[in-house]
Design a protein around this ligand. Sequence first.
Ligand SMILES: *Cc1c(COP(=O)(O)O)cnc(C)c1O
Length: 361
Amino acid sequence: MSRAFNFSAGPATLPEPVLRQVQQELLEWKGERASVMEVSHRGQAFIDCAAAAERDLRDLMAIPDDYHVLFLQGGATTLAALLPLNLAGPGQSADFVITGHWGEKALENARPSLHAHIAASSHDGGYTSVPARESWRLTPGAAFVHYTPNETIHGVEFHDIPDVGDVPLVADVSSNILSRPIDVRRFGVLYGGAQKNLGPAGLSLAIIRKDLLGRHGRDLPPIFDLANQANNDSMFNTPPTFAWYMLGLVLQWVRAEGGAAAMGERNGRKAALLYSAIDGSGGYYRNPVAPAARSRMNVPFFLPDPALDKPFLTEAVAAGLLGLKGHRALGGMRASIYNAMPEAGVQALVDFMADFSRRNG
Ligand SMILES: *Cc1c(COP(=O)(O)O)cnc(C)c1O
């Protein structure tokens, strides 16, 4: 076995005990004499498994009863298109706060369905900060305000939940869900793909305040109307059963590790270790994000010369450190240090970085 530390942004590293359990019960699951992949989503075994995952998520995030938890397909991107259709009528406005690539994408996916308005953007600063709340220009009567609490590519994170009054706050939490405790009540909708912090690709989640669904007044195809998924326990059509099962195992692992609070403490230590290695490198490594907006999940960093990128990546792989190449939009490096990345992985990375800079200074 030569499993390495995997810093990939998504699909991303999964807890090793979860992978071992999957391996162990792959051929025969729960006395079904078949794999979890091979049984009906309408059978009792899968219904129980699905309900347990929802219960665990509600528990771990303290999700109140007046919120739906939907398990869906199509990734965060499809939800970025479906939520505008479901939360607003065609003549309504919605506000977007853009702090990176995914905020831009959410805006593009909303534009055909409503009046999408940019309330604030940190584009001109190269997406290295979050715009101060006082600078946001919100539209009176907007159906919702959309933002991205953690921008996965730019490595920019809000460390406080913005106050938008009574307007529902819609947050794409693909890359920081369950990375620390949050107050779900402050949001109308939390949504994201599972493949960063919660499980494999193929499953997405939407946590939606119940009163927000069913009010759009549009003539939507039934499969696009999230109220139908809500009324059918996310089984309006066949759900991605294997990914749902695995997400359930990841949640059991989070619970065994101490829950959201323990994740938050560990993630804080991991991020502090990596940022102090960058900042303490005498300018060799550089992270351009304003310290108050630095992500605890995705840490982009640059070497002194792009010509060093290739040797850095090659040697990193040889040292057992995978997935460090930055997004093509930014270049450089990016270390994604989600819940499942152990502290030992970040320690191995900072040791490698110190060694590399010594040899290539
Ligand atoms: C990865 C990511 C997405 C895209 O997710 P898909 O599941 O590929 O659609 C959207 N938003 C954020 C914040 C992400 O990190």
